[in-house]
Design a protein. Structure first.
Length: 288
């Protein structure tokens, strides 16, 4: 089962968040029929958003939206996640390898020059919005840059996602490590060194059956970690007939009349889950 976990290491004064996500990444990428570059871009962003959602207060109405947007052929990658472990996502061009010849798997080439937008709703009057430039063209590195610059939290982000020659996801997960104000600088240096000398990438470790908590303990020099909480991660969309009917209220009367007279109703497809909703001409008439 896919999960998000929150961990604490008292000896090192470090906190960590982990995500294992092979089922949800397979489900969402299959739903959108993504080609390999889009599969990797969307899958990595799912892991990044899941890790960021793990920092929310569990079991509350808090949520985050993560969006990569750029000049590259994939256009945009959107993922939303909440504090209950519900997540949904899509990419603007799921067929990127059919429309553009990128040559190999490359998030940097897929997204191009662009921005990372994070919108965090913590229950206040307005969501907190932050926009940072894509300096690295890599999901993990650009998320770490956002956390340092926008939230002022020194962070290390590791994302692993492997696909085979058929484009099927064979492993998917991530680790986010963050400091506390009293974390010693030597601890940070040790963690950075341990990450650099990992004998295999996270995706390879997960593919070979390694436990993600064991991987975190190895990065923490085998210091004991405490699992504070674990939340199931599931694919769940927020769309509904009522929600999209409210969207139709924003159309002007002439557009509504055209839908009634020319089409005999309206049909709207959710971008996130591809579910189609139909609205009869009688329903549309109430909007007039």
């Amino acid at each position: 089962m896919d999960t998000i976990s929150r961990l604490y290491c008292e000896p090192l004064k470090l906190r960590a968040y982990t995500v294992t996500s092979i089922d949800i990444t397979r489900e969402i990428t299959a739903l959108h029929n993504t080609t390999p570059n889009a599969t990797v871009a969307l899958g990595r962003t799912i892991n990044a958003a899941a890790l960021l959602s793990a920092t929310l207060k569990p079991q509350t109405s808090q949520s985050i939206l993560m969006k990569f947007s750029g000049s590259g052929p994939i256009g945009e990658v959107h993922v939303q996640a909440d504090a209950f472990g519900n997540l949904r996502g899509y990419t603007a061009n799921p067929m990127v390898d059919l429309t553009d010849d990128l040559g190999k798997i490359s998030f940097s080439k897929s997204i191009g020059a662009g921005l990372l937008t994070v919108s965090k709703d913590t229950g206040g009057n307005e969501p907190y919005n932050s926009v940072t430039p894509l300096l690295h063209g890599e999901v993990a590195a650009d998320l770490a840059y956002y956390l340092v610059t926008s939230e002022q939290i020194p962070s290390a982000v590791i994302i692993g996602l492997n696909i085979n020659r058929e484009g099927e996801i064979t492993s998917s997960g991530g680790i986010l490590i963050q400091t506390f104000p009293d974390t010693d600088i030597s601890v940070i240096e040790t963690i950075e060194a341990n990450i650099k000398k990992m004998n295999r990438h996270l995706g390879d470790k997960l593919q070979h059956g390694e436990n993600i908590y064991t991987i975190v303990e190895e990065l923490f020099d085998h210091n004991k970690i405490e699992i504070l909480s674990t939340t199931p991660l599931v694919h769940k969309c927020r769309c509904s007939h009522e929600t999209l009917f409210k969207l139709l209220r924003t159309f002007n009367k002439e557009e509504i009349k055209d839908m009634i007279e020319k089409d005999g109703g309206a049909s709207i497809t959710c971008t996130f889950c591809t579910k189609e909703y139909s609205f009869s001409k009688e329903e549309l008439s109430t909007l007039l």
